[in-house]
Design a protein around this ligand. Sequence first.
Ligand SMILES: NC(=O)c1ccc[n+]([C@@H]2O[C@H](COP(=O)([O-])OP(=O)(O)OC[C@H]3O[C@@H](n4cnc5c(N)ncnc54)[C@H](OP(=O)(O)O)[C@@H]3O)[C@@H](O)[C@H]2O)c1
Length: 269
Amino acid sequence: MENVKFGNSNLNISGKTLEGSVALVTGGSAGIGFGAAKQLAEAGAFVYIVSRRQKQIEEAAARLGPSVRGIAVDVTNKEDLKRLAETIQKDHGGLDIVFANAGGGRPIALEELTEGDIDHLLGVNIKGVIFTVQTMLPILKDGSSIILNASITADMGLPGFSVYAATKAAVRSLARSWTTDLKHRHIRVNTVSPGVVPTEGYRTEQKMTEEQVSDYAQRVTSEIPVGRVGTPEDIGNAVVFLASDSSSFITGIDLVVDGGQTRVYQGKN
Ligand SMILES: NC(=O)c1ccc[n+]([C@@H]2O[C@H](COP(=O)([O-])OP(=O)(O)OC[C@H]3O[C@@H](n4cnc5c(N)ncnc54)[C@H](OP(=O)(O)O)[C@@H]3O)[C@@H](O)[C@H]2O)c1
């Protein structure tokens, strides 16, 4: 314990910075989770990806290559997560990185929001994140890095997304509290807050057509200083940074990865 430090000061965010590390990415069969798993594996980590549907998660792992394994897990189910922790412990002896990413939401008018909608959103976006981190704690090595996926909606009003946005504000808050809860184990906890990243979820969860996604991406681009929407790999790069020793003096923060969208005035001059 005495020798465990918050990483080292070897600044190198390119190349195989995560060689020898073992990572878990929840919601890894699609979208941001898939992109993050790709970047983590490219940085040298062995990556476990999980999501609910077995066929999709196994296919995703096969696409990502031999240093990625896919396992069917529902993050709202503690028994699934316990089995996962046992498997990781048995096969790799523990974990160095957790990216609790599984989640999502769709626009629902306040007047139409049902109890079932609220339970679903809180279930996957908050309970699922808590269960993931809590269940992995016994196998997380001292000095490891936990990254939670929040969202820029945590501090922006967005029509129809009030409960979703509130769950993401909760995720940011969990990270700050866990930073103190886990400091005796030198475990860092940070969040990433993606901006607009058109993923499978826009079609499956938000029920947008291909054309609607492309129109939306085009419209929103004028609000983004870097002049484009985000990709899952953009978020993956931020996750690799927060997972690596290059960020060893960073904990408890929210890293906004939105091309500057929420950093600039969006009104008309
Ligand atoms: N895309 C954006 O613009 C954006 C912006 C800000 C934040 N985010 C956040 O980024 C995260 C990923 O979003 P995304 O756009 O990449 O979503 P996505 O394309 O819909 O992918 C979601 C992934 O999560 C899995 N998943 C859903 N519920 C799960 C559960 N209960 N247990 C395990 N896996 C589950 C899905 O697979 P199964 O359905 O097979 O389980 C899938 O692999 C979410 O937390 C979202 O809120 C996204």
